[in-house]
Design a protein around this ligand. Structure first.
Ligand code: THG
Length: 367
């Protein structure tokens, strides 16, 4: 089999050596980096997340840093969600769009200070976008990508593990808020966040030389709770209804199509990129919507990550964007992005390897 590996165009994470030691078996490229996506036992990784605690190298969630007198202005121009109520120490989940109102990222925006923001981005080049917009709008900011690497600790026991290392005060951190901390001289920001609905924290490592040390400290502290390695879990996130930008979206997807309505503020000022287009799209009604599908028979199929046609009466009405076996529903489930003519309860067929598999459209989230 051909290999893909680290090079200057495909960077490694500060936790890379640690994940090799853990026996990582698969990587996926994301933001020109390698993201661990399997350690060889998907069910064990799922179970740890659901019932115990799991640790993830998510350094690929790069931080695009905006600093300077116009930092808040630029952050807002890039965001179709109102950031005016965001305080230093607080994060927000924020859709970002291009001038057509098409979703180009859905970062967590962290407000570090009044003149300093991090965009914790999904897989798209927001460094170049932010720099380009800043220059074109004549804003006084510096845009960079410092070597900051989030490590996620997720699952019902995550809080106990993180508290055992940093102290019980971490239990008081509110959802999406963050605070500075240190362990063995390793500087981190501890945020209550993460790409799962099982609870937990993300530790933003700000000294890239200490990745393996931080990994080992968490690994060691988590032993009593059976901690082990994992990754943003493809099935848990589908069960929980979390959107994967680029996985569930294409080059035409707007926030309304993928259930992000509540994070869009249409009365923002006109200089916010995409807001005028979103007002039009909202008035007309978006063309598609994201729903769930439950398949009747696909029992042994594990996850897959390429889009499959969704048919009604033999005619294509959209795509299944991601899917897999759900232990909680005892069925193969997936996200579909389909024409608004398709409704909950409709019978459809999902085409996999040329074979139509019958299924039923359902509401999201599944759980
Ligand atoms: N954490 C951090 N950065 C990230 C992600 C993350 N960057 C890439 C990617 N994930 C961005 N996408 C998301 C998607 C969903 C959420 C966070 C980041 C999320 N959503 C919750 C929900 O939908 O229920 C809460 C949103 C809310 O209501 O505020 O957490 O995971 N650092």
């Amino acid at each position: 089999m051909a290999e893909i590996g680290p090079n200057t165009r495909l960077r490694t994470s500060p936790f890379y050596e640690a994940t090799l030691n853990e026996g990582v078996t698969a990587f996926s490229p994301y933001n020109r980096m390698l993201m661990p996506v399997s350690y060889g036992d998907p069910m064990a990784e799922y179970d740890r997340l659901m019932h115990g605690v799991s640790m993830w190298d998510v350094a690929v969630q790069r931080q695009v840093q905006i600093e300077g007198p116009d930092a808040a202005r630029l952050a807002q121009i890039l965001s179709v969600r109102d950031l005016s109520g965001c305080f230093p120490g607080q994060g927000k989940y924020v859709p970002m769009c291009d001038h057509r109102g098409v979703l180009i990222n859905d970062p967590v925006v962290l407000k570090i200070a009044d003149d300093l923001f991090w965009l914790s981005i999904a897989d798209n080049n927001m460094l170049m976008w932010a720099r380009g917009i800043a220059a074109e709008r004549g804003l006084n900011v510096k845009v960079s990508e410092p070597d900051i690497a989030p490590l996620a600790v997720q699952g019902p026991k995550a809080e106990d593990v993180v508290a055992s290392i940093f102290g019980d005060w971490v239990r008081t951190i509110k959802f999406f808020w963050f605070a500075d901390a240190q362990i063995d001289g390793i500087p981190v920001k501890i945020a209550r966040s993460g790409f799962s609905k099982q609870g937990g924290f993300e530790l933003y490592l700000t000294d890239g030389r200490r990745g393996v040390d931080l990994w080992n400290i968490i690994r060691e502290a988590g032993q009593p709770w059976g901690i082990g390695p994992g990754n943003p879990n493809p099935i848990e996130r589908i069960e929980s209804g979390l959107l994967s930008y680029g996985g569930d979206t294409d080059d035409m997807t707007n926030p309304f199509e993928v259930r992000l309505d509540k994070y869009v503020d249409l009365d923002l000022e006109d200089d916010v990129i995409g807001i005028k287009a979103l007002r039009r799209i909202h008035a007309d009604g978006p063309a598609r919507h994201q729903l769930g599908v439950k398949l009747d028979d696909w029992s042994t199929q594990t996850g897959h990550a390429t889009w499959c046609d969704v048919l009604v009466d033999g005619k294509k009405v959209g795509s299944m964007t991601n899917g897999g076996w759900s232990p909680q529903l005892h069925a193969v489930i997936g996200f579909v992005l389909v024409s608004r003519s398709v409704q909950i309860g409709d019978k459809v067929e999902v085409v996999r390897n040329g074979e139509p598999v019958p299924g039923t459209i359902c509401d999201l989230p599944f759980v």
